[in-house]
Design a protein around this ligand. Sequence first.
Ligand code: AMP
Length: 300
Amino acid sequence: MSILVVGSVALDSVRTPMGEAKDALGGSASYFAAAARHFNRVVVVAVVGEDFPVAHMKMLEGLGVDLTSLERAKGATFRWAGEYEQDLNTRRTLDTQLNVFADFKPRLRPEHGEIEFVFLANIHPELQSGVLDQVKQPRYVVLDTMNYWIQGSRKALETTLARVDAVLLNDEEARLLSGHSNIYHAAKAVLDMGPSLVVVKKGEHGAVLIARDFVFVVPAFPLESVSDPTGAGDAFAGGFVGHLSTCADPRDQNALRAAAAHGVVCASFAVESFSLNRLATATRPEIDRRLVALRDLVRF
Ligand code: AMP
């Protein structure tokens, strides 16, 4: 069983109250892969430029991530810059440079079209659809997006949304996409667009799963030290899709609840350091220990 992800592989410049990183390895697909690799083999579909350090490729390959569908194109790598306020919940995007992503046409190797679990990470919705077109029999597809695409490419996003099982949004994105301010009304409106599950990410407060027949709330894993929240959403997705890829029925409510728990645990490793540093060293026993602690946290 493998997992396919299309998304950004990026060079991020991030400033938080805890410090800063310049041109560090980032991108939605990178964070996702570093988390999901604990559960199954992950194939990354993305593009980087000539300036992308070989050391970063080696690091991802060293984690067991399959980069045979990662294209290296003429031009510069996707760059993103952001800064966080004191509370680490408010993020300002300072710069987004699509660079090689502007002309990227994802082409899957034929064997990668057989993969059944797909994560359409935050990237242009037409690229997300372009990848889905090449997947023969998807069993479970999860989509992530952001304001940038909701505002700039809404039509394309709605077309892609109609083809997925689950969508990940934060409160603000859910409101922007649906036009509703109440989060449950917003989620219901998004369910009407096609997915059977909406995952509302709530940063340091965890996540809420909203389906037609159930609601599930999972807290974030409590941490005393957070360095950089970048990639938390993608690492959550890595744990979420990763766990589902090990389940007999990925639509089963209990599988989805457990997947969310795996998601918040993976996210907790992502935020403990800048870039992928901590996520890359996390081990499966460490993940399992946090899962046990999380279960105890919500027991009453
Ligand atoms: P997250 O904190 O989970 O929202 O993910 C942050 C990652 O998403 C960073 O590593 C960025 O490189 C990447 N990113 C930010 N904006 C975009 C965008 N418009 N398209 C693709 N990836 C992006």
